[in-house]
Write a new protein. Structure first.
Length: 261
């Protein structure tokens, strides 16, 4: 059977029109998430499932943060028993290794978390960097965004802005949004020193607990989740065990669902 004719310009027009449609519809959201790692994806999934409007900005081309590589490029991850219900919600397969240690394929996990978040209603924009925040006297009100290649090449190109009722920093070790707020926004962070405390060396058990405990509002309108929470509050790193990351995403979503309701 002969295929219908294809027009290159129509292909381009379709991409442009659909992307602009997505961007325009997400200039104002309930929650904007910065960082597409596991905690950001999980938070977005539960927020969107609860009917909240969620956009996620990821500076890289790929979504998933550090989960793709498992441990030292051995693409398996470990999840403890307390967090298995999150994998169950997404439909990620896992196997018991020994008591309280379960393994999952890193590639399947990232792909499934990403697909689950998108299908729940999270609108993901990749290759977008956050260079600043929008502020008012009482809180953070949104983000200032630009293309990652613009940032990487050092071009002087003015950004665009998006408004959100709440912002989640899920940028991992880098704490990119929190650093901007610390540097440029009047006031102090809700930490013992009022500054970013800095990530400590590895201590898996403590880090897994601290990741969830430190998931909270760090500045009016700004929450931290995942490793961004530990780095902000001075917790240790945990390595390629991801239960705390998943549960951190659940916690921040739960708190914001309550506040948005």
């Amino acid at each position: 059977m002969e295929q219908a004719a294809l027009d290159e310009v129509i292909i381009s027009r379709a991409i442009i029109d659909r992307y602009i449609e997505k961007l325009r519809s997400n200039l104002e959201t309930d929650v904007v998430i910065v960082g597409g790692g596991p905690s950001g994806l999980v938070a977005g999934y539960y927020l969107a499932k609860a009917g909240k409007k969620v956009a996620l900005f990821e500076r890289k081309l790929s979504i998933g943060g550090g989960m793709w590589g498992g441990g030292m490029l051995f693409n398996e991850i470990v999840v403890q028993e307390d967090a298995l219900h999150v994998l169950d919600d997404f439909g990620v397969r896992y196997r018991k290794y020994e008591q309280n240690y379960y393994t999952a394929d890193a590639i399947e996990t990232v792909a499934t978390l990403t697909a689950g978040a998108v299908r729940a209603g999270v609108c993901i924009f990749n290759c977008v960097s956050v260079e600043d925040v929008m502020m008012r006297s009482e809180q953070i009100t949104g983000l200032v965004i630009n293309w990652s290649p613009v940032e990487m090449s050092g071009l002087h190109v003015d950004p665009l802005s998006v408004r959100a009722r709440f912002v989640i920093d899920a940028t991992g070790h880098a704490t990119e949004v929190v650093k901007v707020v610390q540097r440029k926004v009047p006031g102090k962070l809700d930490t013992p020193t009022g500054q970013i405390e800095g990530e400590k060396s590895m201590w898996a058990e403590r880090a897994e607990n601290d990741t969830v405990r430190n998931t909270r509002e760090i500045f009016p309108g700004l929450y931290v989740t995942g490793m961004a929470a530990n780095a902000t509050f001075g917790g240790p790193r945990m390595g390629p065990i991801f239960g705390g990351m998943l549960l951190s995403g659940v916690k921040v979503a739960s708190e914001l669902i309550h506040r948005l309701s």
